[in-house]
Design a protein around this ligand. Sequence first.
Ligand SMILES: [Zn+2]
Length: 250
Amino acid sequence: MKPLPITTGEATSRPLKTSETIARLVARDIVRRGLQTGERLPGEAAMIEHYGVSRESLREALRLLEVQGLITIKRGVGGGPLVGRVDPANLGRIASLFFYMAGGTYEELFQAWEMVEATLAEMAARNPDREAVRSAMEPFVTDSGVVGRDLDGFVRGHTDFHAVLGGLMGNRVLELMLPTLGQIVTHHIVVHSDPRKLGDTIHGDHVAIARAVASRQPSNARRLMAGHIRTMAAFFNDELGAAPDLIDWK
Ligand SMILES: [Zn+2]
């Protein structure tokens, strides 16, 4: 096994392919028109005419957006493209492919994950809009949001707490980028194990972090979050022995 070296420079000057350009134009039109998730986009014939491109290029462009979840395509009669979602999990999915090719391991991912989540908690605690912080943390101060018996509900509850903290950073770039690492880990755990075994620990951690964030204690929030992530990384590692493995998304 020999991973590829990480090299920079080539891609920054590569001109966009036609399909990539069209994908960007479709994205631009969605944003300019203020379209929201689930809203309908023009049909194929209309888009071909509007963008002045071939059917093949348009379909490739839509596929590019579809695999990133930015649009969904309803098949069959009355189907067509709909506006999708901006989900950090999709950014994580594509990033995991890069990490894999470069030989990135779960041990490295856990380390990076701890750093970014700790930053996220600290920034949330520093948010000057205290009213917004308090009301966002309110449901978690008493109930961490991880209750729920089914695996899906549990995972949603857990990632929801981290996503709400991300929303308090006041920086959409970080809000989108930082959770990608957690999404990769979460995906891995859900596929290979059951995080509900850690339910009580997660609950206790979240309550403590929520309190630190709500009462404006950035260094406490950072320390508690780092501990929380370390606990989870250790559990995942004991459970799966994943640390030396290459980062993957199945
Ligand atoms: Zn958590």
